[in-house]
Design a protein. Structure first.
Length: 269
């Protein structure tokens, strides 16, 4: 199937050209740079609103546009999810305390391309249980990425993540997933972080999408608060998430949102 932008699979997944990888790398680098730089501000006593203000400023300074400001009425340049918040936490007056863990999610647009990434941060001292959760979540993302190559399926990605997480007696959130992107923010496919080997669409060179597992220390169930954005664990257990944007190549994949300062994992220091 063809559209004005190129081929689309029977599952509605856009197949991009080799030249498009450059645009995705540039957008991904911008998002990763912002996430690198905000790390120095994360500390007890700082509000999530201050972090978002910094991110908004850097988005503008880098010549990019925030994909989240104005998206379905959202007013912020990031989502900041603290402790038992699974995703879509709204920045504001919340003051970080010693030992808080938080995910910061940033998406920017550069020359029409979307760069989308999130990673974990720690305010002050890291507890042992939070450290385990962060490590398992990080490693589950990388294990999922290892499955990205032509001929594999999206079910292979989800199965690898689920098996690894549950092997560490943690749970994978089912209510949210990764997604296609490129010149749009969200597009097919839904990239589930659980599933069966061999299920789902087959990966092809030129597919662009995010992988962003959310992992809970407790049960996988979530609920969305009255603000219609903030998703939390139903059992109030800690949750963590890491996200990369990737593109399928002829023999594997490229990660568009690698940290230029090697700060993707919060224990980089």
């Amino acid at each position: 199937m063809e559209d004005a932008r190129g081929r689309v699979t029977k599952d509605g997944i856009r197949i991009y050209e080799q030249a498009d990888f450059e645009g995705m790398h540039a957008a991904g680098l911008a998002a990763a740079r912002i996430l690198d730089e905000v790390a120095d501000l994360v500390a007890p006593g700082v509000t999530t609103g201050v972090l978002d203000d910094f991110i908004r400023g850097r988005v503008n300074e880098l010549g990019t546009v925030s994909a989240t400001i104005g998206y379905r009425g959202y007013k912020h340049a990031s989502c900041i999810s603290v402790n038992h918040v699974v995703c879509h936490g709204i920045p504001g007056d919340k003051v970080l305390k010693d030992g808080d863990i938080l995910n910061i999610d940033v998406t920017v647009i550069l020359d029409g391309w979307y760069g989308d990434s999130s990673r974990m941060y720690v305010a002050g001292n890291l507890s042992r249980k939070a450290e385990r959760l962060i490590q398992v979540t990080h490693d589950s993302l990388m294990i999922g990425i290892e499955q990205v190559r032509p001929g594999n399926t999206f079910g292979d990605i989800g199965h690898a993540i689920q098996a690894f997480v549950e092997g560490h007696r943690m749970s994978v959130v089912r209510d949210f997933c990764g997604h296609g992107l490129g010149r749009v923010f969200h597009a097919p496919p839904n990239v589930l972080h659980y599933g069966r080997k061999g299920s789902g669409p087959v990966l092809e060179e030129g597919m662009f999408f995010t992988i962003e597992p959310m992992v809970n220390l407790g049960r996988p169930e979530t609920k969305v608060l009255a603000d219609d954005w903030t998703a939390v664990t139903r059992d109030k257990s800690l949750s963590a998430q890491f996200e990369h944007s990737v593109g399928v190549t002829a023999d594997g994949c490229e990660i568009f949102t690698l940290s230029p300062a090697n700060r993707f994992h919060p224990t980089w220091a």
